[in-house]
Design a protein around this ligand. Structure first.
Ligand code: HEM
Length: 246
């Protein structure tokens, strides 16, 4: 691998700011400064979410690759790092999404027809994220299947991850990071659902769905099997208390 020693560029050049800042084109006339500004924010927030999502997909694919073929402890440390960062970055997406509460509902209603049928439901990256997380209903998803491969490789049983492994065992930390990510994804879904309800009320979505009611049915935390394994710590504690009381 050869690493260039000096890219020889300044801030604007390195970040390619000129093309980046030329990608926002609100369709609502600029004469209505408030509505135009709200539409600008709407575009910037969606674009930023897509950028964050690209980072999440890079990290999750890397984590899945390492779990499927863990050749050293250090790689699994990297995997924990990738998973934790994904949870953090999904948290940033939640923060960005909540920024849209600052739009006025009447200005949103004014520029919304200009979206046509454009909707987050058409986001290829979000669709891929649902597949990776096993939220598409077809399979367990790339990440959980990779975690199963890791369990098989290390001889751990899923039922023992939270009750048999110490909290600093790397497999346990991978599982913890996956659940933190799951929680973060669930929080985004809820934030988005509440925002849609706030902005739309009973109105339908631009992709033709029933709107907030549809989103509520879609809301689910990934890795249900892992959640169930984690909740078994309470069974263990309850039986200890029963044994002590006997
Ligand atoms: C005022 C702001 C928003 C409203 C009112 C809204 C509303 C909706 C609605 C009603 C849907 C269901 C599909 C449809 O009929 O369109 C949807 C889907 C979706 N939206 Fe938003 N949304 C907003 C902001 C965002 C933001 C900031 C993102 C982040 C990129 C986002 C990402 C998505 C995704 C990924 C879906 C598909 C969800 C799924 O398939 O479960 N939305 N949105």
């Amino acid at each position: 691998m050869s690493v260039p020693r000096n890219g020889g560029s300044d801030y604007a050049e390195y970040l390619r700011l000129a093309p980046l800042l030329d990608l926002q084109h609100p369709r609502y006339p600029a004469e209505d400064a408030w509505t135009h500004g709200d539409e600008h924010l709407f575009i910037v927030v969606h674009q930023s979410c897509e950028l964050m999502l690209r980072q999440v997909l890079i990290d999750l694919r890397q984590a899945a690759r390492v779990m499927s073929s863990p050749d050293s402890g250090r790689d699994l440390e990297m995997c924990v790092g990738n998973l934790r960062r994904s949870g953090e970055v999904v948290g940033l997406v939640t923060g960005l999404t909540s920024g849209l509460y600052s739009m006025r509902v009447d200005s949103f209603a004014s520029f919304r027809p200009l979206l046509g049928n454009a909707s987050g439901a058409q986001s290829a990256q979000f669709r891929e994220l649902r597949l990776v997380l096993g939220l598409s209903g077809e399979r367990n998803g790339l990440l959980f299947e990779a975690f199963e491969a890791l369990l098989a490789d290390t001889g751990c049983q899923i039922g023992d991850v939270f009750t048999g492994l110490s909290p600093d065992h790397v497999v346990r930390r991978v599982a913890d990071a996956m659940l933190t990510l799951s929680e973060s994804v669930w929080q985004w879904q809820n934030q988005h659902l509440r925002l849609a309800a706030w902005m739309l009320g009973d109105a339908g979505g631009t992709a033709g769905s029933s709107g907030a009611a549809y989103l509520e049915r879609r809301t689910a935390a990934p890795f249900g099997t892992l959640w169930r394994a984690r909740s078994s710590v309470h069974d263990q504690n309850a039986s200890t208390v029963r044994a002590e009381g006997a």
